[in-house]
Design a protein. Sequence first.
Length: 68
Amino acid sequence: MKISARNILKGTVKSITDGAINSEIVIDVNGTEIASQISKASVDHLGLKVGKPAYAVIKIDNVLIGVD
């Protein structure tokens, strides 16, 4: 995965809380929790599941979620 953001933190999905349109994803990065809200469609597209590895990608004021 190559992207322009420089703050890419690998962790494990700790929780997924579904809302009406978006889901809150919490990723554990060495004991630090990072949360992001992404669309439910993105959760499905990325195949996010609790316990799976994922990346928190931080760029200015956004936290993006990514997988390999």
